[in-house]
Design a protein around this ligand. Sequence first.
Ligand code: ATP
Ligand code: MG
Length: 584
Amino acid sequence: MCPRVIEKPGTARGPRPNLEDWARARADFRWESAKSQLDGLPAGRGLNIAHEAVDRHVLGGRGARIALRWLPKRGNRVDLSYADLMRRTNRFANALGQLDVREGDRVFALLGRTPELYVAALGALKHRAVFCPMFSAFGPEPVRQRMELGEARVLVTTAALYEKKVAHLRDSLPRLEHVLVVGEPAPAGTLSFRELTDRASPEYCIEPTSAEAPALLHFTSGTTGKPKGALHVHQAVLMHHMTGKLALDLHAEDLFWCTADPGWVTGTSYGIIAPLTNGATMLVDEAEFDAERWYRTLQDQKVTVWYTAPTAIRMLMKAGNELPKHFDLSRVRFAASVGEPLNPEAVIWGADTLGLPFHDNWWQTETGGIMIANYASMPIRPGSMGRPLPGIEAAVVRRTAGGVELIETPDEQGELALATGWPSMFRAYLNAPDRYAQCFVDGWYLSGDLVKKDADGYFWFVGRADDVIKTAGHLIGPFEVESVLVEHPAVAEAGVIGKPDPVAGELIKAFVALRPGFAWSDDLCSEILAHARRRLGPAVSPKEIAVTSDLPKTKSGKIMRRLLKARELGLPEGDLSTLEGGEQ
Ligand code: ATP
Ligand code: MG
């Protein structure tokens, strides 16, 4: 069983936290003064993400600091200073200019985590193109769909990815004019990234950029259905910067590792922009998850702030408690998690293994940046997502015929809503204006997630509105049930769905993956059912459990409950473009 509160979780090892007193920081907060932390383009020419991330540091005399530390799959690490990054992004921006790429044109990337991906992202932003990163493990169809919907004019990729996933689609993508290929030789119909950038000048002057100019296009994870394209503007940088500082406690001295791929919004907002605007060094690992490599990376690279996801944490837990003992993890001073509910068990495991708990935080592709967080200076209540950022008004609401109604009673369940107007709020769903409009009611953005707020203002995730189970008159969020299941020593992961039942409406069915060393048996099944009944009571506990070697997940690591349900009920599986282990 987990403790209810962990006091002063993130202050023991580090400098003074950037946010020392949550209540005071919220009371004192003004967007106008937050804006003054940004530089702005010289001579009042607007606001550009790439200037804030790169050029301002070089112009401010900090060009020699390491901006990007790259760990290739094999071989030695490569460091790029802020000055290197400025030159390389300038060259890329000039190369785009030479290709007649204009403001607002869409530049897509289909690349592994190599320096060129980061150069392309920041160079495209400098040139005021809209950058859209795609996860390199997508199959040809998801790649085609995204580029078609997003009207890609330029694609940056590798020869191997091009041949495998794009070459045969060129005819169906008439708007795709230029494909820039990293590595030699460039296949027919493509241009060499290196030749183009080598030829281009390392000097570039960013043209005036409106804070409202479109900057980034991100597709959602596809957990609940077909991925949506969310458009963000340059002004989002204010949120990236501020949340990097307050929620992730980034200081300029930090070696920061965000494990997400830039193909997902986390890997861009926090895997590129926030660490750079805060002047830190960001670590980029080209390789995929491997427990031993990850512990070695934390140790050898002296990572100080680490931002990862529940699935990765659960995989580390699955790898056992012996492995981390072989590594010195004492440099990590702040660890955070996002993307899915973080089971209390995982928070505590962090405290035991790393010597510090994971700080959960909540946000979405649509919000562009962290909205609710556990801060270094604030006691953690394991299982809670924390409290809203300064400048963010979050509420629990109920939809009514005429609008929304605020739920003021503590611990009562409702939909998480955010008062509109924060800088990184998405400005459109691509080609879906009606769907976009439906997200907003009475000045609130409705998130589609169900939560509770306790009497002290901590938010607790209940489940996605689509995943909530109605059984015998109760509304049950899968997270609560799953968190209890993973408390059992045999259970590594759990996914819970509602299964139609003539009497109860829905019955709770659980799918579990076991930890190494455990074998499935009737006895173990009964033991887990009994544990759940004891902890949750008979009404809320699962009636059936099935064992599975792995739960279906999105490529960004989220459990796809809709797929568990469709398979259980023999229904169509829906959009599988982001399914992990799908077409590579
Ligand atoms: P889609 O919208 O395509 O179904 P998605 O919602 O998974 O996919 P993302 O924008 O990547 O796409 O994820 C945001 C969602 O992830 C949130 O709405 C929430 O359901 C979940 N989430 C993120 N962080 C947390 C957290 N700390 N606790 C619980 N859930 C979280
Ligand atoms: Mg979503």
